[in-house]
Design a protein around this ligand. Structure first.
Ligand code: 13P
Ligand code: SF4
Length: 310
């Protein structure tokens, strides 16, 4: 790429030329968040994708999020700067294995976390995200037992909040499982006035120390409103960009991983770069496409999620 290309300006121009909208997740690098039309958590992004009038949705997030956008708004073209931007939770729940798991519990109502493939969604009764999981599970008919996939930690958290027993798929996120309880406690000792905010994908031992647990958007709203000045943030570090922007006078401390070789950045999210975003808008590729039958089958549980979220 020539040094003379002003990527941000070119991206704005391409957006106008193609009537495109850029949707970005909070875990994207700051430069991408800054050129996006909308930055949000997975629920807000799905809602924005469902109602956009733009011809092209440029999705700066991971594959399952772009897939969700395509399913909810099938007549739009959906571009993803790097198609390899997957998700460990989704990868750890292969459709064939999930089908077999489901067959062992044929009477169960299936609630799948949005961090799953379209094929897994198509086998589900309703989808949830981290921001609406409690609300969704609370609406599952009381006479039905529940199978929850693929994040066991979110599942366990939801069980506690709702009092519903659920059969859990044993999945977890490679980013959220590396936070260490021991190092978090050490950090709390160093910052006794700090509040701990954590994403429900973290392990129970870590969540035990949190003052507030919620989706990325809920964590952001919480720290902006709280009268406290210091926060230990136990989720992917990309969210710190909006926290610092919204409250430049507060201190945000990213929680440390369990060892110095690990990292609290999602390697999949970080496959998207400003340069790849520019190239994909310039070339109209890579485009996310899905077989029509799969799209139709995954739409019903996603629609149900949007209805139950109101
Ligand atoms: P949110 O629902 O908070 O956007 O989280 C998505 C995600 O992938 C967390 O790892
Ligand atoms: Fe998936 Fe974890 Fe990355 Fe979220 S942070 S996209 S759950 S791998």
């Amino acid at each position: 790429m020539g040094a003379d290309v002003d990527l941000e300006q070119e991206i704005q121009e391409l957006k106008r030329r193609h009537n495109a909208v850029i949707l970005a997740h909070y875990y994207q690098e700051s430069e991408i968040q800054d050129v996006a039309d909308f930055v949000g958590d997975s629920l807000a992004l799905a809602q924005a994708a469902a109602k956009t009038q733009a011809d092209v949705i440029v999705f700066c997030g991971v594959h399952f999020m772009a897939e969700t956008a395509k399913i909810l708004n099938p007549t739009r073209r959906v571009l993803l700067p790097d198609l390899k931007a997957g998700c460990s939770l989704s990868d750890r729940c292969p459709p064939a294995a999930f089908r077999a798991f489901k067959e062992k519990h044929p009477e169960h109502f299936v609630v799948s976390y949005v961090n799953s493939s379209a094929a897994v969604k198509a086998m589900s009764d309703v989808i949830c995200t981290s921001s609406n999981a409690v609300k969704i599970v609370n609406q599952v008919p009381r006479d039905r037992q529940i199978l929850f996939a693929p994040d066991q930690h979110l599942g366990r958290y939801v069980m506690k909040q709702t009092g519903r027993d659920m059969v859990l798929w044993p999945g977890s996120c490679i980013v959220h499982e590396i936070f260490s309880e021991k190092r978090l406690v050490q950090l709390k000792v160093q910052h006794p006035d700090a509040e701990v905010v954590a994403h429900p994908e973290c392990e129970e031992a870590v969540l035990r120390h949190a003052d507030f647990i919620g989706s990325t958007k809920a964590l952001l709203d919480y720290v902006l409103k709280s009268p406290k000045r210091e926060f230990i943030v136990v989720t992917e570090a990309g969210i710190l960009h909006q926290m610092k922007r919204g409250a430049p006078d507060k201190l945000f401390i990213p929680a440390p991983p369990d060892n110095d070789c690990s990292c609290n950045e999602c390697p999949y999210m970080r496959l998207n770069t400003l340069e790849k975003l520019y190239q994909c808008m310039r070339d109209g590729t890579p485009e996310l496409t899905l077989p029509a039958e799969l799209q139709t089958a995954a739409l019903a549980p996603l629609r149900r999620m949007l209805e139950w979220s109101l």
